[in-house]
Design a protein around this ligand. Sequence first.
Ligand SMILES: CC(C)(COP(=O)(O)OP(=O)(O)OC[C@H]1O[C@@H](n2cnc3c(N)ncnc32)[C@H](O)[C@@H]1OP(=O)(O)O)[C@@H](O)C(=O)NCCC(=O)NCCS
Length: 157
Amino acid sequence: MSAVLYPDALLRPMSMADVPEIARLDAQCYPYPWTTGNFADSLSAGYDCCIYQIENDIIGYAVILLAAGEAHLLNFTIVPEWQGAGWGRQLMQKLVNKVRQDDIGSIWLEVRPSNTIAYRLYSGLGFVDVAVRRNYYPAPAGREDALIMCLDLSYVE
Ligand SMILES: CC(C)(COP(=O)(O)OP(=O)(O)OC[C@H]1O[C@@H](n2cnc3c(N)ncnc32)[C@H](O)[C@@H]1OP(=O)(O)O)[C@@H](O)C(=O)NCCC(=O)NCCS
């Protein structure tokens, strides 16, 4: 279902009760998913964890660490049956608007260079390549680098 045709998805806070379902979805989305412990620890640590939802359907979620005027996007996911329909772009735009209310000046994230869909989404929204973290991610053949990207919110309307 296209995000253009159905613009009223709700961004709501994640709770501990959501964690088993979010971890189940994460296992469908990544070869090296977060565990229930990773999500629970993020909530306990006070990270901004949110769920993007239409009625009872979870279409995506995000985990953000806010610190020193910067937002670090630790998890950003659209679940498989909703991918490729504009929801990722829409969720990121909602997150940009949300963190701006907390006087955040920039959003940082890491992405696998092999994740061309995510890379295109981020570059299309104005994120720029900043640096490479060598051998950051586990990968089938050893390790994969992480590309560090940043969106300077002072340049975003
Ligand atoms: C990466 C992800 C968040 C993108 O969300 P999405 O809802 O699928 O993406 P959208 O439909 O909003 O598309 C946004 C942009 O992504 C790129 N994109 C989306 N699907 C694509 C595809 N099949 N092929 C190439 N580029 C694609 C395009 O640049 C697109 O912009 P355009 O429509 O103007 O061309 C989502 O696919 C996902 O969660 N994937 C699995 C988990 C993951 O990789 N998360 C990111 C970790 S850093």
